[in-house]
Design a protein around this ligand. Sequence first.
Ligand code: VGL
Ligand code: ZN
Length: 232
Amino acid sequence: MSLSISPRAALILVDVQPDFMPGGTLACHEGDAIVPGIDQLLRRRLFSHVVATQDWHPADHISFVGSHPGRTPFERIPLYGHAQTLWPAHCVQNTAGAALHPAIDWSTVDKVIRKGDDPRVDSYSGFRENHGPDGRRPATGLAEWLRGRGVDEVYLCGLARDVCVLWTAQDAVDLGYRTHVLWDLTRPVTPESDIPTRIRFDQLGVDVIHALDLAHAQQPPTSRQAAGHSRT
Ligand code: VGL
Ligand code: ZN
């Protein structure tokens, strides 16, 4: 089967940052294993629209366990009426661990969405921050950017499978995008979460595929013009 990627489809690369990989402060299991596959996918230029999200926290971020004396990493506490996991400090703005991974050629990425820079609010989904003190979830600007380009379908990969990829997929479905996850180009913080995560994707109607499923995929030759491809 030769699949054609719609010119209205976007590839969203979620938090492909060294702190989420072995050697980083919040390493996903085998997090670095996705790097070659993502680089190869980008080089094929299958997608008319490519976005990267970047977890980008101030050093005193509310999600960091160090901001809560006496607490232990991965403990969950109530915050603004919702559960907040206390993470080891990670993706601190302007540190090497927060960079978009240096082994990937990011030059074909059209837009980078930074999230989590409000010290009071955590941010998992690429679309909306978590609940803030006022109970709202502020938009990151991703949906607006996709709307401006006529995108109606998204392909997700990156880190972490059970946190930011999952939350991004949930919001994508809520917002009405046809949503695919490239399972083998994601890795979890908690490997034990894989079965529940997979079940959740199925419940949401997310299409779970693998990078090899795109082996024969082609972008229609005129799609870049048709989509009005331009950089911002
Ligand atoms: C993430 C935990 C905290 C992620 C970000 O990218 O999945 N997880 N911040
Ligand atoms: Zn974070």
